[in-house]
Design a protein around this ligand. Structure first.
Ligand SMILES: [Zn+2]
Ligand SMILES: [Zn+2]
Length: 146
């Protein structure tokens, strides 16, 4: 129990500092969603954010609007789309053009951030197409399911 209290205090501090750095007004919803994402350490869909928000249970509109404001200042980005749902995560270690690859296990559905991997940007494959952002998403089996 004690460990959890310390962790929550740190999350609070981190979330507060992130908002301060981004010069974004500190609201309860922003704090809560940042803390959910800090705690998760992996991309979450809006539905998963709602599930993880526990007793704060936000509604869909609140989550959407709050995410939009966090996206706008670059604190959060969309990691990938899975089953038609955007998955959001904190935009640490990411450049404007690329974020780390993700690995989703097709058996248990868990996603892992492959933060140590940086892949070269792929040149545009066809004439007239401009690549603004490269998002690599691997699928396969995680060690527990393999
Ligand atoms: Zn798995
Ligand atoms: Zn990630």
């Amino acid at each position: 129990m004690h460990g959890n209290v310390i962790m929550n205090m740190n999350l609070d501090k981190q979330a507060r500092e992130m908002l301060q750095t981004a010069k974004l007004y500190r609201t309860r919803n922003r704090m809560n969603i940042l803390k959910v994402l800090l705690k998760a350490r992996k991309p979450l869909s809006q539905e998963q954010i709602a599930q993880h928000s526990g007793k704060n249970h936000f509604n869909k509109v609140t989550i959407y609007r709050t995410l939009e404001s966090l996206l706008k200042v670059g604190l959060v980005h969309k990691a990938f789309i899975d089953k038609r749902a955007s998955h959001y995560e904190l935009a640490h270690n990411c450049t404007e053009h690329q974020c780390h690859p993700h690995f989703t296990c097709t058996n248990c559905g868990r996603t892992h951030c492959l933060k140590d991997i940086s892949l070269p940007m792929t040149p545009s494959p066809y004439k007239g197409f401009i690549i603004n952002r490269q998002q690599v998403h691997f699928e396969g089996l995680c060690p527990e399911c393999a």
